[in-house]
Write a protein that binds this ligand. Sequence first.
Ligand code: FAD
Length: 435
Amino acid sequence: MTVFQSWGRIPSVRQDTFFPKWRNTLAIGDRDSLLLPYGRGRSYGDSCLNDGQTICVTSRLNHFIHFDREQGILRCESGVGLDEILQLVVPYGWFLTVTPGTRYITVGGAIANDVHGKNHHLAGTFGCHVTAFELLRTTGERLCCSVTENAPMFRATIGGLGLTGLITWAEIRLKKITTSFIDSETIRFENLAEFFVLSEESDRDWEYTVAWIDCLAQNTSLGRGLFMRGRHSEQLMLKSGNTRGRRLSIPVNAPGFLLNQYTIRLFNEIYYHKNRKKQCASHAHYEPFFYPLDSIDNWNRMYGRRGFYQYQCVIPLADGQAIIAALLTTIAVSGMGSFLSVLKRFGDIASPGMLSFPRQGVTLALDFPNYGDKVLALFEQLDNLVMDANGAVYPAKDARMSAEAFQHYFPQWRDFSRYRDPGMSSSFWRRVTGE
Ligand SMILES: Cc1cc2nc3c(=O)[nH]c(=O)nc-3n(C[C@H](O)[C@H](O)[C@H](O)COP(=O)(O)OP(=O)(O)OC[C@H]3O[C@@H](n4cnc5c(N)ncnc54)[C@H](O)[C@@H]3O)c2cc1C
């Protein structure tokens, strides 16, 4: 067995690995341990881990099958990365219809977490643009799934945390673009109320919107930050899928003393004031706009050997402002904030997956260095606020939510269980359901 960690580096587990190669002849049954598909481990917690059992790593299921350049339909194996897709399709004037904040994830991982991006208000989730996939169960059964064929299994697998079977290939619908550039604006806002006004206004005619917030600001500055909005540019020519700019790397684990409330507060203060003007415009390649963190290899080492947690929740819009204010106040008072705090409004396009996390409301995502028990106690407080507001916490980012909290956020989990492949499980699933 090998020691594994996911992106947040909490927890460490020991598990066996299995690397399937040929999708047509592949068999995943006949094992004496439970199996879990694994993409690139860019989930933060334990939903991609399978302590004491086996993971099925899809890195060799990495072939393109068909690209219809006229219609923008792409069929590929599930281990193909979003980075590889962009490299192939951008020069032909196509783009991912939905992309998360990193391109270093696989198609299988994007479907299993039904990931979302900065255009949720207009495009919904990744799963909304999946037209079909093949699911291989541990019984050897192969199911072709789409909205018309094996539809319940299609819905269970999108956002299904890899528990319904192994997706061998998938077909996705792309989005037409004329250039690989993004026109964007960054606007400084003074508090949470201003965020909500800007967000409502911008979501009407900007394709991509998101805000960075200073999670340690309090009182009249509570929720202050920088609002970013962008759209695909119609000027300039198409360039290659990925730029070849110089990459930064965090070579070793940062020492623990670098991360404390003073350095984090200083970073937030400087970042908030990085633009001298209240509003700035830019015209740049899509990479820094969508994937700012991808330019720093191993940035998760910045949090040191002990790793870090991410807490991402969604709150229904009706109570959005009041609950986000309560969450931010609780975090600011604790002094345990982070560098990277993101706020975004989700739109009303229903997620196709039974267990999908995105729903209409406002989503807040924050990183927290691993401060041990005191940060876990803070998360309990945040969970209570989210549960009372009928919100939810994102399993893809979680390493610690209780079974009670999960079952409150996702009451449909029992229905979903009927579609789970009995030969599959994960550390997360055992933790939150006991199954
Ligand atoms: C910097 C950064 C930014 C991020 N930004 C966002 C964001 O904006 N929005 C967002 O939604 N998420 C975001 N994420 C989370 C990330 O997009 C998801 O966790 C994604 O699912 C990881 O994909 P992966 O290929 O690494 O899969 P893994 O993390 O290895 O696995 C994720 C899940 O997919 C399942 N799975 C993988 N392959 C298959 C397959 N072939 N068949 C069936 N199941 C499979 C696994 O069992 C597991 O449950 C971000 C992560 C990072 C590190």
